[in-house]
Design a binder for this molecule. Structure first.
Ligand code: TXA
Ligand code: MG
Length: 354
């Protein structure tokens, strides 16, 4: 397939280019586009065949549902079918967090083809705040079903260059709209289950959600990790994800001890001829810079900055042909939990407490 790259300035949106891309969505094609979280790989949410092509282009397992993106509240009525308390909660959370990086799992309207949700009776919905995403959905006149625009198993794309690397030849159009701000995928919050629950941590935290709803929980994703037979509540959580080619190992605990352990490991790995990388924060770069390839997520106290840099760092290690990445755990709170969740999964659960 011939893939066209269309450059669009988010601060000065070219309407003609947007309608050109929207035509492709309308006729059942695939368009990659920026959102405030990560780039998405989009198709009309009402076109089952186009949706099927999204799974194919990503190499995505057929039991991991897609998020439907809307750009106005009429679209919300078309894709969800919920009333009573669920409706109430949906309205309140939408008021507070939309447009923005929150996905809600609600009851699916039959207008949405079953393959969007892998046959579940629910659908994930999100109203993105990115101006290019909004303009594309609006011009298409249909909600857009879109997973992150990476090949399945690779880190999510936060820059157009990441999408180009993964999706060239697999989609009709890649919109180059610059870098994504948030950098980790949206918070996924289930409002359709018995107990409301955060299925995937993101920039909107449980703490913030609890200012709007009375009760909700967040399962310990460190415990629920793995390829267990148990049916996961968010199917996407069972796959090893966000993984660079390098082996990733996380170190948590007291700073001096962490440095000691990591430097020790680097020494050993180097003797085996391995190329080592360290993922850390600005404050700690100096401990490692003579020993390995060091990348910083940003300031230790700035979890939003860390989230925004994480996937680019993981992809950069691959570009630099690093075999082993030693990553320092980042502080929890704010977007820190989302960063740790993605790191943990990139490491396949390999975390060492020193
Ligand atoms: O920020 C984001 O959410 C990005 C941008 C493009 O919007 N999209 C994204 O999509 O990360 P994806 O497909 O990579 O992740 C969607 C997550 C998966 O973990 C999936 O299992 C979950 O949402 N999900 C979607 N629909 C669901 C449903 N009906 N029930 C439970 N989980 C669902
Ligand atoms: Mg994804």
């Amino acid at each position: 397939m011939n893939t066209e790259i269309v450059k669009i300035d988010r601060n000065n949106i070219d309407k003609e280019k947007i309608s050109y891309c929207a035509e492709v969505i309308k006729r059942g094609g695939l368009v990659c586009f920026p959102t405030e979280t990560v780039y998405g790989l989009g198709a009309s949410a009402f076109n089952a065949e186009a949706v099927n092509n999204v799974y194919k282009a990503k190499g995505r397992p057929a039991d991991n549902p897609l998020i439907v993106h809307i750009s106005n509240y009429e679209m919300l009525e078309l894709v969800t079918d919920c009333e009573g308390e669920q409706r109430n909660v949906l309205n309140k959370l939408a008021d507070k967090f939309w447009p923005g990086p929150l996905t809600m799992i609600a009851h699916r309207d039959d207008a949405v083809p079953a393959n969007v949700s892998c046959g579940l009776d629910t659908v994930g919905i999100r109203f993105p705040s990115h101006p290019i995403a909004q303009a594309l959905i609006e011009a298409s006149g249909v909600p857009i079903a879109a997973p992150s625009a990476n090949l399945s198993g690779k880190p999510s794309p936060t820059r157009a260059s990441h999408v180009i690397e993964d999706m060239m030849g697999r989609v009709d159009i890649i919109i180059d709209g610059g870098n994504c701000d948030v950098g980790v995928e949206s918070t996924v919050f289930d409002i359709a289950g018995e107990q409301m629950s955060v299925l995937r941590p993101g920039a909107v935290t449980l703490e913030q959600i609890l200012t709007v709803v009375e009760s909700a929980d967040e399962p310990d994703w460190m415990k629920s990790h793995g390829d267990s037979d148990e049916k996961p509540r968010s199917p996407g959580l069972k796959y090893r994800h966000y993984a660079p080619k390098a082996t990733v190992k996380i170190y948590d605990g007291e700073q001096n001890l962490r440095v000691k352990h990591i430097l020790n490991e680097i020494e050993k790995a180097k003797m085996g001829g391995l190329n080592c990388g360290v993922l850390t924060t600005d404050e700690n770069v100096r401990y490692y810079e003579n020993a390995a390839t060091v990348l910083s997520l940003g300031k230790e106290s700035d979890s939003l900055q860390q989230a925004s840099n994480l996937f680019h760092c993981l992809r950069s290690f691959d570009e630099m042909k690093v075999d082993f990445v030693f990553a320092e755990a980042v502080p929890s709170g704010g977007a820190g939990d989302a960063v740790m969740n993605r790191l943990y999964r990139a490491a396949g659960g390999n975390i060492i407490r020193v």
